[in-house]
Design a binder for this molecule. Structure first.
Ligand code: NAP
Length: 269
């Protein structure tokens, strides 16, 4: 609670008078947290959407809650004299990423996009690519019917899409899901990263026969465990993302890119 109040207060605190370049990180990912702790010499503010009640807080200042669309974010960049914006949000957080691109352009603030690469299908994998959660639900409904035992790893907000699917679900999320949700549902509350041993145990103990995942990229223990067992994976492909000049794939590259922005002249940004 105290952390949350401090985080909220950061939105209203006076702009610090120090001369360090000011970097706003749009977060909610492990990469954003790592980045916030890797920029000594910068005044870092991380922005969280406020989806979880006890988020893991990064180093530096934190603000929580939406900005109010492109207008709101543009206003924030100007009012807080942000020198660089880093979009380190999840690859499926398409709205805030689109807003970030527009707001950075309007406010004349350089934008760095940190997007970890998606997963690549390996020999032994049986992936069914779908465009979104609704397509995943339709595929499951049509193919497996009521006998399927499904491990759903698309997060709390992804569970509703499967509410009408007649299958048994094990869903993993940080916080308990809210209706609508499937009527045969067991929830495991947990936060990654997850070990290979733990993923093997979950699949075996619950006799899982299909895994549903977003193509989030990063640690892939669940995919390795599914491959070992020959389980089919329904993989939700990433939403399209706008090309941005400074798109990087790792935290180290993002650190380098932020430093480069401040070594470069304004015309190089
Ligand atoms: P979204 O659909 O792209 O964004 C919806 C709205 O939430 C945005 O328009 C913005 O509101 C607000 N918002 C989102 N991220 C924000 C941030 N970092 N700081 C302040 N406001 C933010 O986003 P989402 O998919 O709901 O994801 C929300 C957050 O959860 C993101 O920060 C993302 O990194 C994290 N996350 C998402 C997923 C996923 O699968 N989608 C997975 C793991 C983590 P305003 O328009 O009012 O500014």
């Amino acid at each position: 609670m105290i952390d949350r109040l401090n985080a909220l207060a950061a939105d209203w605190s006076p702009i610090p008078s120090d001369s360090r370049p000011r970097v706003l990180i749009l977060g909610g990912t492990s990469g954003a947290r790592a980045l916030a702790g890797s920029l000594p010499g910068f005044a870092v503010i991380t922005s969280l959407a406020g989806r979880t009640s006890s988020p893991l807080l990064p180093a530096g200042d934190v603000r929580i809650g939406g900005f109010g669309g492109v207008e709101g974010l543009t206003g924030y960049l100007r009012a807080h004299r942000i020198d660089a914006l880093v979009d380190a949000t999840h690859p499926f957080a398409a709205t805030i990423s689109a807003n970030a691109a527009q707001a950075a352009s309007r406010a004349g603030v350089p934008l760095v996009v940190l997007r970890r690469p998606g997963w690549v299908e390996q020999p032994g994998d049986a992936w069914h690519h779908v465009r979104d959660l609704e397509e995943a639900a339709a595929l499951l409904d049509g193919r497996r019917g009521s006998t399927a035992r499904v491990f759903l790893t698309t997060g709390r907000q992804g569970i509703a899409a499967f509410a009408d699917v007649d299958a048994w679900f094990l869903a993993r999320s940080v916080e308990p899901p809210e209706p609508p949700m499937p009527h045969r549902l067991e929830v495991v509350l947990d936060r990654g990263p997850f070990t290979l041993e733990g993923e093997r145990r979950l699949l075996d103990e619950h006799r899982i026969d299909v895994l549903i995942s977003k193509d989030s990229g990063g640690p892939d223990a669940k995919l390795v465990a599914a491959r070992e067992r020959g389980l089919p994976v329904v993989m939700v492909d990433r939403p399209p993302a706008a090309a941005t000049a400074h798109t990087v794939a790792s935290v180290a590259e993002a650190v380098e890119q932020v430093h480069r922005l401040f070594r470069a002249g304004p015309n190089d940004r």
